[in-house]
Structures are given as C-alpha cells and as structure tokens.
Design a protein around this ligand. Sequence first.
Ligand code: BG6
Length: 513
Amino acid sequence: MDAQGVHIETHPREGEPVFSAGRPDPCTLVLFGATGDLAERKLFPALFELARAGLLPENFAIVAYSRSKLEDGPFREHVKEGLKKFARTQPLDEAAVKRFTESIETASGGYDDPEAFKRLGQKLQDLSKRRKTDGNQLYYMATPASTFPQIIQSLSGAGLLKREEQPGQKPWHRLIIEKPFGHDLESAKALNKTLGSALDEKQIFRIDHYLGKETVQNILVFRFANAIFEPLWNRQHIDHVEITAAEAIGVEGRGGFYDETGVIRDMVQNHLLQVLALCAMEPPVSFAAEDIRDEKNKVFRALRPVEGGEVPQHVVVGQYEGYQEEKGVKKGSRTPTYVAMKMNIDSWRWQGVPFYLRAGKNLKKRLTEVSIHFKSVPIGLFSGGGATCQRLQPNVLTLRIQPHEGIALSFESKIPGEDVNIGGVTMDMDYAESFKKPVPEAYERLLLDCMRGNATLFARQDSVEQAWGYITPILQALETDAGGTVHTYAKGSKGPDAADALPSKNGRRWSTL
Ligand code: BG6
C-alpha cells in the first residue's frame, strides 16, 4: 500500500527504556555446530554486533565446538571472513573484529566421545579462571535435532549441565536449541522429555527467530501501549485476519532438509503460529515471561482442530515448478513448499473471525505481514446521489513485519472536488523513517535475552506441544490421500490459484502479493 500524503511525527523517548536488564552475567558460550551455516550467517554476526555495541558480558568467551578438528587461529580467520560477508554493520571495524575473534577458542570431538567432553570440561574450568566467566555456561545447539539427545547426554555425563534446583542458582547452565522442536507431536514430546530429564524448563531456551524480530515484538507494544486499538480488537469489529510469510527464495541448497520438513513444519508450526498467538492473545497480567507465555498458550489451546476429511476445506498446499529437480529432493516428492490455511480460534474474542495464513517459497516477492481486516460500515450512506465510489473498502490495519518494516492503516476519504467522490488513503508508519536507527537482527536480541535469563521471547514446552497437537493431524492427512492435491505453481507467482478458494468461499480475498 502506498502512503498518500500522510505525515507521521515520531516522538521517541530516548533514554527511558521500559525494560532494560543491563549487562548479562559473565559467561562462556559453547557453540555446537560452530562450522555450520547458521553459525556463519547468523550467530557469529549477532555476537559480533553485541560485542561491538558493548552489550556482551564484560567477561565473556566463546568455545566453538565441532566434530571436525578445529584450531583457534584458522577458525578465528574463518569467522572474520564470515563477518565480512554477513555482519550487519559494514565496513567492519578491524579493531572490534580482532577483540571479538580473540574471545573465541575451539574444541572438537565426537558428540558421543566422553573424552572429548572431559576435555571440554577442562577448557571451561580453565576459561572460568582465565577469563573470569564465573562458571556460567550457555550451550547453543546449532546442530541437527537428531544430535540433541546425544549432546545433552554427553554434557550431563561430564557434569557440565546441571539442573537448576532453585531459581537464580549460580553458576547457571542454560541451553539454547534451534527448531525443529520435533517432527510431530510424538517426537516433540520425546524431545521435551529428553530435555526435561537433564534440565529445568527455565534453563531451556527454544529459539524461534521470528520472536526476536523488532516488528514481531512490536505487536504487543502496539496492542497494549495504545488505548485506541484494543477496544476494536475482537469479533465485534474485525472481519478476518490475514498472516502472510512469502519468500522470493527457494530451498537454497537445503533440499535434503527441506524435503523432510516442508513449509508447514518449517514456517507454520513455529513462526506463524507464534505471530498468530501474539495477535490473538488476551492482555497478559504483566509483561513477565510466564504471564505472556500463559496467554499465548491459551490461544494454542483454543485453535479449532482440523482433521482427516476436513483438511482440504481448510488447507491448500502447493509445490513450485522445478522443486523436484533441487539437489536432495526426492523425485515424486509431495512435500509442500506453499501452504494456505483457514484457522478458527474458539474463544470469546475470536468466535466467527477466520485467520487466514499463507507461507511459501519462490513466490512473487518477499513479504511478511499481518493484515487486520475490519468490518464494513453498517449502511451504504454514500451509495446514492453524487457518490461515484459505490463500494466502500473496509479499513485494513497492516503490520509489516518485513521488509519495509512499519504499520499502515487504510481508510476512506473524500477526494477534493464538487462531487462526493471517495477514495482510499493510507496512513503509514515506517520504522526506518520514524526512528532513524538500524533495526537489530533477531538473533542479537535473543542471544542477549538468554544471557540475561529472560525467556519471554522463547517458546515454552506446553506451547510447542499444543502447536504440534494442532498441526500433526493436518500433516497426517496431507501425507495420505485425505489431504488432497499438491498444486503446482510457477516460480515467482502468488502461489497456486486453488488457495483463493479458502477466503473466496466467504466472499473475501487475499491481499495482493
Ligand atoms: C527459517 C526457515 O526458520 O526461516 C527458512 O527454516 C526460512 O526456510 C526462514 O527461509 C525465514 O526467515 P526470515 O527471517 O527470512 O523471514
């Protein structure tokens, strides 16, 4: 939507953060999967930005762990090369890079090798003295989910992962895991059981990088720091809600992983359901982690199940042309790269308000947004006489998650002139314009929060299981005949036309991609 001449003034109140937990405790971060793609593209750049901004603990060290043999010097060079490509702030500040890479030390060995974990333990003890990290340890599992149980077992076996018996216990041991948190409800429960056997839930940080995005965090600020939207935020005023996560890229060399995963596990079960929960939840009692997570969990519990033969009426899946030629993808694969869904939330607030979700790869453009479509005006006052615009467009509030981060509200207005002509206009707030400061990457915020012990932006066990409880029957139906057709769509298109049927059955349509 284009902004049409609406001026927005910004009054940021610098210097008065509502929440600031200050600098985290000294600690060592042990990064499993340190030579992987995620570490190179996201984790080292995020840690570097935090270091550069003086936000990391004063006493801090990174242990880069890999199954392949690593040495400090060459690995630091490798990190430096990665920062040249992926650091947010360019050109690189050489002195800052040197300071940062010097905080990295390496360790290697098999995940099932007790000797390797003994050596890791000695290194951590040594670092605790040498770099005064006080024995606080943060383990980041940037490895395939299949390795989690073994790594946890080896860490526990070496006495490096101790359960927190009392809140605030020191030194602390925390664990960050990357999605997928299981493959279906059963495997998610098994993973949670493994985690729970070694750690208290408070020590487990399940990363969903969408929750670290500024614009996603702003959903709650927008809803609960403004008095004018919340009274409208319900079935009396909202007709439907649309959540889109369109990507212009394909599987990008991750064909093998993606073919086992598909768009529903990759994007919907986690990222989009988290966004939906933030849009749909009730006001929390406070902004404390558990209060927010409790409210989100109620939304997951209220999702109306879609099962078996009902799936084709609620879910449309597609696959882009040429997907089966991607490296690692099986011939004849039915894995969806696109999904559109109609979801209902059985709650007092949302009864009768459908939530339409869509996500896909190789679509027309990259766009993630939430559109709140308000109801139409009750009577067509302008439909007779001189009004040339007979059909008034309902108001739409769009929360643009990415790119062009911002918020837009569309409304009708009189077009200047003798007659009553009505046209649509948009009030548009643009983050970059309004705040004139760079937006931090999601991983920066999430890593910092974990070091501070703040779990607000991480997924809790019960929510993960609730979300899988909703998604698993849909996946099961799709993987059998009950799920219907996997529609083919052209690369660079809006996705399969069949998806239009979901909203059009009720006289609605998707926003233009
Ligand atoms: C990841 C998915 O979690 O999110 C990827 O595994 C996807 O397939 C990515 O491309 C999208 O993230 P973003 O931040 O680019 O929207």
